[in-house]
Write a protein that binds this ligand. Structure first.
Ligand code: NAD
Length: 498
């Protein structure tokens, strides 16, 4: 039986003002899980107004950072107690294996703790203003931040944005993905339980083209922070730009995995497998292009293909499942179409490349983990983000060739380099035009470590001090300490004023 999810505005759960709703279905069984309120533009406006009122009356930003941090730490402790329940909910609605969701969610209290600590230790500056004046610069919160989040890591991505924004004292309106709203909504209740005042965090559920658009066009925002596809990011940033609202945008990727001949080949294969198929390939940092030095290419590919074929697909709630369904019918069709097009354009399927057969897969959006070879930049697959369990393997000759191929991309989010030579690791990471490079690793994240990309992968970054600063602005107070009278219009002398 499906449950109803409501909007959360000014501390209250409310239906959409016109009573409209949409449904969220299980990607594993097709059954309806939730009936979700579909916020109208008027509801978005009510939520922004509630957040603005909370900002203006200082009910959250007026609390000393030390006390705000205590509240965030209480929320972290409550969250730690609910990991299993939330992980199960995430698995039910997006189909990612439960083992993955537990591992991911278990880290999330760290974001609240980290940004609580940042808020307590952040300091202003006193730049030299010359004799006779003292300049005190404090960083203050921006106002109401709109957060628009995707479905692939519903709670992680909400948490990355929300913890920095809240620690800095902002008020929020969150628009979670229409495919995964349940756990972000639960988090808002948890935050209020921990002591975040009602009205500070508001959630409007709905579709991107309606609710998301209304939020991104709202002139009451002081910041927009979106994670999603690159085209969505362009639209949202353009809307925000018309209102001169600063934007952080974490967008698409097509991460290269570079394997050098001197790498520990077992570890490199395990790393490439993880990079390609964690989250059933539905991550922005998915290892979507595996580049292997020619002398080890065939052996590496043989091992990768064997391990890919051995991955266990199935019910994401089952303990031994490694690959769940894709999130939706549309997402599976996108993968199947990309494989068919790649084959038409000359690529060769080395593993997978099919919808699995059998009763266990008949109701869900399953697709076999797939490796393709013989891909060239003349084929669309080289450039396009597919966002599914599909990767390609190609050979390279030397460092320069590896870098040329890796940087031949519209995206610049992440990459990994597999080598035992520190010089190779440093030179190659220096040459990669991306935001994140892992050496002998892939897809590691930490609240203190900046996360963001170059080129079409977005603007700005999450995590770390930069993300905190991006939720504040400098406020400069200049104090005349000279004790000297100043009367410009009483004299014709040359006086100093600028
Ligand atoms: P999406 O762009 O379809 O949707 C993301 C969010 O934007 C959703 O909440 C959606 O409702 C909303 N939205 C859609 N159209 C909108 C519009 N016109 N105006 C306002 N809001 C709108 O993306 P998705 O399918 O949910 O997520 C997958 C994408 O996200 C991939 O491209 C992936 O690479 C990217 N992603 C990036 C990162 C990162 O850190 N860079 C992390 C995860 C996912």
């Amino acid at each position: 039986m499906s449950r109803t999810l409501l909007l959360h505005i000014d501390g209250k759960d409310v239906a959409a003002s016109d009573g409209a709703s949409f449904t969220v279905a299980s990607p594993t069984t097709g059954e309806t899980l939730y009936d979700v309120a579909h916020a109208t533009p008027a509801d978005v406006d009510t939520a922004v107004t509630a957040a603005r009122t909370a900002f203006d009356d200082r009910r959250w930003r007026g609390i000393a950072p030390r006390e705000r941090a205590r509240v965030l730490n209480r929320a972290a402790a409550l969250l730690a107690d609910r990991i299993d329940a939330y992980a199960r909910l995430e698995t039910l609605q997006i189909g990612r294996p439960l083992r993955e969701m537990r591992a991911q969610l278990a880290r999330l209290p760290e974001w609240l703790e980290y940004f609580g600590a940042v808020a307590q230790t952040a300091e202003g500056t006193v730049p030299d203003f010359g004799a006779g004046h003292l300049n005190v610069v404090r960083r203050v919160p921006l106002g109401v931040a709109g957060l628009i989040t995707p479905w692939n890591h519903p709670l992680l991505i909400t948490m990355k944005k929300l913890s920095a924004a809240l620690a800095a004292g902002n008020s929020l309106v969150i628009k979670p993905s229409e495919l995964g709203p349940a756990v972000p909504l639960a988090l808002v209740g948890l935050l209020e339980e921990a002591g975040v005042p009602p009205g500070v965090v508001n959630t409007v559920t709905g579709l991107g083209a309606t609710t998301g658009r209304a939020l991104s066009e709202h002139r009451g925002l002081a910041k927009l922070d979106i994670t999603g596809g690159t085209e969505t990011g362009r639209t949202v940033a353009a809307n925000a730009g018309r209102s001169l609202i600063p934007v952080t945008a974490e967008l698409g990727g097509k991460a290269p995995v570079l394997v050098f001949a001197d790498a520990d080949l077992d570890q490199a294969v395990a790393g490439a497998l993880f990079a390609s198929f964690i989250a059933t390939g539905q991550t922005c940092v998915q290892g979507a292009r595996i580049l292997v030095q020619r002398s080890v290419h065939d052996e590496f590919t043989r091992r990768l293909v064997a391990r890919t074929r051995a991955l266990r697909l199935g019910d994401p709630l089952a303990a031994d499942t490694q690959i769940g369904p894709l999130v939706s019918e549309a997402q599976r069709a996108k993968v199947a179409d990309a494989v068919a097009k790649a084959q038409d354009q000359g690529a060769r399927v080395l593993a997978g490349g099919r919808v699995p057969e059998g009763e266990a897969y008949s109701r869900g959006w399953f697709y076999e983990p797939t490796v393709v070879g013989d891909v060239t930049p003349a084929q669309d697959l080289w450039y396009e983000e597919v966002f599914g369990p599909l990767t390609l393997v190609v050979p390279f000759d030397d460092e320069a060739d590896a870098l040329r191929r890796a940087n031949d991309a519209e995206f610049g989010l992440a990459s990994s380099v597999w080598t035992c030579d520190i010089g190779t690791a440093l030179r190659v990471s220096e040459g990669l035009d991306v935001g994140i490079t892992w050496i002998n690793d892939h897809h590691r994240i930490d609240p203190a470590s900046p996360w963001g990309g170059s080129k079409d992968s977005g603007i700005g970054s999450e995590n770390g001090l930069d993300a905190y600063h991006a939720y504040t602005r400098p406020k400069s107070v200049v104090i005349n300490s000279s004790g000297q009278p100043f009367d410009w219009f009483a004299t014709t002398e040359d006086l100093r004023y600028s």
